[in-house]
Write a protein that binds this ligand. Structure first.
Ligand code: DPP
Ligand code: ZN
Length: 873
């Protein structure tokens, strides 16, 4: 496959002024009639060829201005349509193609999911429907007519506003016409047809415009949409209030389907969702599911302004819409819930998903400059690190300066296909400042390591901070320049209050914000009355790895006293990680007992949020520890050390955890609100340590928790403890869960993912058995993400088994999945991304497995091939 480069960007020679589409839906042979009004772009030579993208298309006919084209006038293949000499002026190109929605297992383009026709066009799925300039900088006004059997497809949905809808006389078919007045790129096109249930609500925008909100689901699921509708209404209100952005059509439709590669898709006026992010009730959804739904509903809605009204010039700019929209959904959730707890959750996600990407062969800049398959770049780097960059802009400019820049961005670029440069320019112009150094974050990949060393001079009353930054080489970037790193900080005095300084030298410092801009900087604070403990990178003000030289006593001090809740959590994590690494190495760490004692205090500290305490008690995962160790990793040693440490904490603090567990008062009826969810989280965290202690009493308590659970959070939480610690009753509980939920696929996904994590001598045999279970299917991405993804991400010892069985299995299923759904196959294959950090024994096996994929006797997709080649590079 070809390498696509940012520097090769060129405008199209022709402009598509408007698009009229007719779909004659049939399960195996849908006819698509596309009429494009085209005109030659200024500067294009008269008669220059018109080249449109296609993918697996069957051409029926081509006409220009109603005259069928002679065969020699064009060239058509499944991947391309070239009209050799188009007319000089505006003309209408009419192309008829045929597609087969039933056999479309890639779930890109038009496909059938449980009898529902739906589409997925981002990034390059529209070319699987008709020939087109399938790229984000070609914006056009779309009108769509959908024809289908009335009995099986009573609901017909398209982008924009509904126009006509009628029966087609003399047939058992009907049609609907939809018109979208907002010019849009093809990736935002969507269509849905099927027999769907609907829940509706009326919304009035801030300026008084009425909007019909509808959520469509498979019949029988209509009583599980309350939460997603509630989330939608709150998102719409929030965007009006916080960003001054209103909705712009008469209807906003959401459709949930069960087979969907991604989480959801922001098609204009017609969002299509993976049903995992729409359906919820207390019996089948966990608190995390409720939060996920709130986030994704908001995210897709927010795309209407950041993504749809202002889209990307080319796919290299993906972070322009994704990083920004993730930032917006994070802010929304922070406002709706607890800000510090949300921040901790987002940082855990960043560190566990993006940091590994950035420290391995798949590392790439937030705005990449080349790719072979764009689907491979919907990554944690583009999304989550992309959001961190927007957050840093806000940190540097302050809330008002940030809002001014955003206002200017909306004003200046509404209707455009833009770039990161356009975006940054708005903040510069609105605030009269230069962000050129900052912009390096978009181009230079890798996670910077920041080292900080503080010293206090009692006589001079000065505190000196030696700061250093260093970014390791990443693929394609050997030399690294220093980043512009905003560091929020406090100098914590002996009584826990921040100490004031009288003046400072060596860096730009404004209040509690310091700009680290060089490789090395020595910063001297004057007028510091007593020896402080520096609390750095408060709120995680930059996506860096901070290596602090604080003593364990100082870390414990911050864990107890820092006024920044994020850094209290961070101090706890840092200590846990240090201790776990020493334990992995077979050492007996100093300060372990003091730490466990401090953990007990944190668990019981009534001044802290329940959810915060739940997070504070959570040990870094085996994967997190592996990443922290970084080289010559032995996952068995990590797993053993972590198990032993969990058990030691559980045994030592048994009474504390039991006391908290027993005292927690739960509301009589289930509610997904943040406070109740926090209580459940803390209670379950205590239960997990009690379970780790593996006493008869704790096994019985966990089983009782499972049996008495009146909601999925408690049921799943207790089941996980039973299975992971192999407590008495685990097998019964697995059976009971299965019996209760066997007809609810999304609930059984949880069962599959817990089963995939179970400790086992032969993990692969266990996974193979699970793939035979009726709840599993190789055809549905959610089932694969639950079982296979659950294994790869949650069973570190199994996947990285020293005998290479995990790697062999991943190679096998990558090849198998690539035949039906390359996007899912390549997502799974990305788990190879950390193989170079493993010890030699494991590296040999991983490398062999990767090479076996390349050597296989089958045509590999661009998706899988690119990932495997990058891993081997
Ligand atoms: N549907 C994906 C998202 O919203 C891609 N745009 O992030
Ligand atoms: Zn998005």
């Amino acid at each position: 496959a070809q390498l696509i480069k940012l520097e090769d960007y060129k405008e199209t020679p022709y402009v598509i002024e408007n698009v009229s589409l007719v779909f004659k839906l049939q399960p195996e042979a849908t006819e698509v009639i596309s009429t494009l009004t085209l005109s030659r772009r200024e500067g294009t030579e008269v008669g220059a060829p018109l080249e449109l993208d296609g993918d697996e298309l069957t051409l029926v006919s081509v006409a220009i201005d109603r005259a069928v084209l002679a065969e020699e006038a064009y060239e058509a293949s499944p991947k391309k349509l070239v009209v050799h000499t188009p007319p000089a002026d505006t003309f209408k190109l009419e192309v008829v193609t045929k597609v087969n929605p039933t056999t479309n297992t890639k779930l890109e383009g038009l496909y059938l999911s449980q009898g529902i026709y739906c589409t997925q066009c981002e990034a390059e799925g529209f070319r699987r429907i008709t020939y087109y300039y399938d790229r984000p900088d070609v914006l056009s006004v779309f009108t769509t007519r959908i024809e289908a059997d009335k009995a099986t497809n009573p609901i017909l949905l398209g982008n924009g506003n509904p126009k006509d809808a009628e029966d087609i006389e003399g047939t058992d078919r009907h049609f609907a016409v939809w018109h979208d007045p907002h010019p849009k790129p093809a990736y935002l096109f969507a269509l849905v047809a099927g027999d769907l249930a609907c829940t509706s609500e009326k919304y009035t925008t801030a300026s008084g415009k009425p909007v019909d909100l509808n959520i469509y689901v498979e019949k029988g699921n209509e009583d599980r949409t309350d939460w997603s509708m509630d989330s939608l209404v709150r998102s719409m209100r929030w965007d009006e209030k916080v960003f001054g952005r209103e909705y712009d059509l008469d209807v906003f439709n959401i459709v949930a389907v069960s087979a969907f590669n991604m989480g959801a898709m922001e098609n204009k006026g017609l969002n299509i969702f993976n049903d995992k992010f729409i359906l919820a009730d207390s019996d089948t959804a966990t608190d995390m599911d409720y939060e996920g739904i709130e986030t994704v509903v908001a995210h897709e809605y927010f795309h209407n302004w950041t993504g749809n009204r202002i889209t990307c010039r080319e796919w290299f700019q993906l972070c322009l819409k994704e990083g920004l929209t993730v930032f917006r959904d994070q802010e929304f959730s922070s406002d709706e819930r607890s800000r510090p707890v949300k921040r901790i959750a987002d940082v855990i996600r960043l560190k566990s998903r993006q940091f590994p990407e950035d420290q391995g062969p798949l590392s790439h800049p937030v705005r990449p400059t080349e790719y072979k398959e764009i689907n491979n770049f919907y990554t944690a780097t583009v999304y989550d690190k992309g959001a961190e960059l927007v957050r840093m802009i806000k940190t540097i400019l302050g809330a008002d300066g940030f809002r001014k820049g955003m206002d200017l961005y909306f004003e200046r670029h509404d209707g455009d296909a833009s770039t990161i440069e356009d975006f940054l320019k708005c903040f510069e112009d609105a605030n009269q400042l230069d962000l050129s150094h900052f912009s390096l974050w978009y181009h230079q990949s890798g996670t910077p390591f920041v080292k900080a060393n503080g010293s206090y001079d009692e006589a001079a009353k000065t505190f000196t901070l030696e700061l250093e930054q260093n970014t390791a080489a990443t693929p394609g970037q050997d030399e690294k320049k220093p980043f512009f790193i905003p560091i929020r900080f406090g100098l914590v005095g002996p009584n826990g209050d921040d100490l004031a300084y009288t003046s400072v030298e060596g860096a730009h410092v404004d209040g509690d914000l310091l700009h680290l801009t060089e490789d090395k900087q020595t910063v001297v604070f004057q007028g510091i009355g007593s020896k402080p403990v520096p609390s750095l990178l408060r709120e995680f003000s930059a996506p860096v790895k901070l290596e602090s030289t604080l003593s364990r006593e100082d870390q414990i001090f911050l864990m107890r006293h820092d006024i920044d809740p994020f850094n209290r959590w961070q101090a706890t994590q840092t200590l846990m990680t240090e201790l776990l690494i020493e334990l992995t190495n077979g050492e007996e760490p100093a300060g372990k007992d003091a730490f466990i004692e401090a953990l007990g205090h944190m668990a019981e500290d009534e001044n802290l949020d329940y959810a915060f305490r739940g997070f504070g008690l959570m040990l870094p995962s085996e994967q997190d520890i592996a990443l922290e160790i970084g080289k010559e990793v032995d996952t068995d040693a990590i797993g053993k050390a972590r198990d032993a440490f969990s058990k030691e904490i559980g045994v030592t603090l048994y009474d504390t955890f039991k006391r908290i567990y027993d005292a927690m008062e739960m509301p009589a009826t289930f509610s997904p609100d943040a406070l109740s969810a926090g209580k459940r989280a803390l209670k379950l965290r205590c239960l997990s340590y009690l379970g780790a202690a593996q006493t008869k009493e704790s096994a019985a308590l966990t089983k009782a928790h499972f049996d008495n659970a009146d909601n999925m959070t408690d049921r799943m939480g207790a089941l996980t403890v039973l299975v992971i610690w192999q407590l008495a009753g685990a097998q019964d509980a697995l059976k009971a869960f299965e019996a209760r939920h066997k007809d609810t696929a999304l609930a059984m996904d949880k069962w599959l993912s817990i089963a995939a994590r179970a400790p086992s001598e032969d993990a692969i045999a266990a996974i193979r058995t699970l793939t035979e279970h009726p709840a599993f299917s190789w055809d549905n991405p959610n089932r694969i993400y639950a079982l296979i993804g659950g294994f790869l991400g949650g069973n570190t010892r199994g996947f990285h088994a020293a005998d290479g069985s995990g790697y062999d299995y991943l190679a096998e299923i990558t090849l198998q999945l690539d035949k039906t759904n390359p996007q899912v196959a390549s997502r799974m294959a990305k788990s190879f991304g950390t193989w170079k950090n493993m010890n030699a024994e494991r590296r040999v096996k991983a490398e062999a497995a990767l090479k076996r994929i390349l050597a296989a006797d089958q045509q590999l997709s661009t998706d899988v091939k690119e990932i495997v080649e990058l891993c081997l590079d």
